[in-house]
Design a protein. Sequence first.
Length: 262
Amino acid sequence: MMDDVACPVLSNITLQDSYHKIIFDAPHIAASAKPGQFVHVEVDDTTEHVLRRPFSICDADAETGHLTLIYKVVGEGTAKLAKKPAGETCRILGPLGTAYQYKDDVFPVIAAGGFGSVSTMFLAKKTPRPGIIFMGARSKHDVLLVEEYRKLGWQVEIATDDGSEGFHGLITTLLLNHTNDFPAETKIFGCGPAPMLYALIKTVAPLKFPCDVSMEQHMGCGVGACFACVIKVKDPTSPDGWRYSRSCKEGVVYPSTEVYCG
Ligand SMILES: Cc1cc2nc3c(=O)[nH]c(=O)nc-3n(C[C@H](O)[C@H](O)[C@H](O)COP(=O)(O)OP(=O)(O)OC[C@H]3O[C@@H](n4cnc5c(N)ncnc54)[C@H](O)[C@@H]3O)c2cc1C
Ligand code: FES
């Protein structure tokens, strides 16, 4: 069930560089949130930032009612959020969107680009057993939550564009180098920038492992009313084989086979 509630900030700290972690008291959202879903946060209650900002649910604890988000300061909205002290509130709409799908015997393999590892952290906590996460980042300064994944028993493999940590190259190349380690019950989960996800979809297609991808687009309303967030999905009933899908409502998580890659 979706709620729009004023949620008190419990803490809001700097994690590393421009990455911050904010914890809200949001029992209604925490009770029903599923891995892959997101929330839409009103960063400011003035007319300056009328649009809310979407953030993946990094963790949601139904017992404590705590909702954790990790965000990078990239513009005005996230800069405002970084200044929110404990005790202030933000209206939060959520949980929104679709969730990652998996069976009880799944061997999870995550491909997370940039701050994608934030979105998949909740998944890593909920899957029946730990798996392998491939993290792709520009440099070692953008690699997030490595120790948190390791504490959950996950094998962490890192690829950086500049070679400052782990494999020097693309996350898709690193993943392909490890496919012999994947058992038959493997499912792949992808989250990250669109170009990385389109590359991942093409990379996994011949592997025959199922794959879900989290297509995080720029958003307006977050609830299916404005069409700001559309992506192309396959549609065999349409003359050209595809249609536009509002990712905030039909996604943001899609089976990789449904996403139109051209
Ligand atoms: C479903 C979803 C989940 C997200 N989860 C997270 C998360 O867990 N942590 C996190 O840090 N960010 C996340 N984002 C991105 C986050 O919403 C944006 O960074 C934020 O809205 C930027 O707001 P701003 O006002 O600070 O920046 P703006 O001034 O709006 O934009 C600053 C810069 O960021 C870029 N930007 C804005 N939105 C996006 C986007 N959706 N994708 C890529 N670039 C964008 C703009 O093009 C611009 O270059 C998510 C986005 C979506 C759609
Ligand atoms: S953001 Fe408005 S329809 Fe998706």
